[in-house]
Design a binder for this molecule. Structure first.
Ligand code: SF4
Length: 273
């Protein structure tokens, strides 16, 4: 079973549609290690480290190493801003990371930078992707799809083929923890998302890139999201809510996760092998 460990302290980007509820609490390295230990000991086999950006913390290499030592499949998502292009990071990625996810929301800087509300971010992502060429077989491109970029996805697909990652994941905008103004702006109809991603899926059957298109319902009750303090959340099975179910350090919470997420990864398994 997979768990997502999110650093909900802060992020170096301010994507308007972000679902992470940042609270400003600074992560404690030992607590994060305890979460990894606890999850590994209670039967989880796959870790996704996510945003805010895990590379904000200069001890993240220790966490990745620990996760690998615990025999977890290690997947890290990062906006790459703080991921410095050093030999040390190459060594960490080569030795302890099975999959790295990098965001790319548009085929050009106008669409991508608009999506991430950060001028110059498209150029930065391309620079980091270039540096990450040694990780091609473990690279995942994450695309957030919403009303502002859905018509660019076909163009983006040509660019993705040039990058040639292992996986291209496309996530339909999901209004979790967002206000109604954001929801109105980014709302993406299920049918529109389904139609475009079906065209892309057909096209990518001829490619060696795995195309993983996730509508919002595909993500319900699939995996627990654990904050850096150990609080556990799961998606509601009908409403657009993240429900807090307890602390990862309580046995009752582990029981709740197993009960709620037991069908996890049935169709995601290919990513984590
Ligand atoms: S980079 Fe990710 S975590 Fe940071 S604000 Fe954007 S969506 Fe949220």
């Amino acid at each position: 079973m997979r768990f997502v460990l999110n650093f909900n302290h802060a992020c170096t980007l301010k994507c308007p549609w972000c679902y992470v509820k940042f609270d400003g609490s600074i992560p404690n390295k030992q607590i994060v290690k305890n979460i990894i230990d606890r999850c590994a000991e209670t039967g989880f086999n796959t870790l996704t480290l996510g945003g805010g950006d895990p590379y904000q913390y200069n001890w993240i290499g220790e966490i990745l190493k620990l996760a690998r030592t615990k025999k977890l499949f290690v997947h890290i998502d990062t906006n790459a801003i703080k991921m410095s292009e050093t030999n040390k990071n190459i060594e960490i990625l080569n030795n302890y990371v099975d999959l790295i996810g990098i965001p790319l929301d548009g085929s050009n800087k106008y669409i991508h930078d608009l999506s991430r509300k950060k001028e110059g971010n498209f150029d930065l992502i391309n620079k980091k992707l270039n540096w990450l060429s040694f990780m091609k077989d473990r690279l995942k491109i994450n695309t957030f799809a919403a009303s502002h970029n859905i018509n660019d996805l076909i163009n983006l697909s040509f660019y993705i083929k040039e990058i040639n990652p292992k996986i291209w994941s496309i996530y339909q905008y999901w209004s979790i923890n967002n206000n109604s103004r954001v929801t109105e702006k980014y709302f993406l109809n299920d049918t529109v998302f389904g139609n475009i991603t079906n065209v892309l899926k057909k096209d990518f059957t001829k490619s060696n890139i795995i195309l993983d298109a996730s509508d919002k319902d595909k993500r319900r009750k699939k995996y627990p999201i654990i904050t850096h303090n150990g609080d556990v959340y799961i998606h509601h099975n009908k409403n657009d809510l993240l429900l807090k179910i307890g602390s990862i350090f309580l046995d009752s919470t582990i029981d709740d996760i197993i009960y709620s997420c037991q069908k996890d990864n049935f169709d995601f398994e290919f990513r984590y092998s």
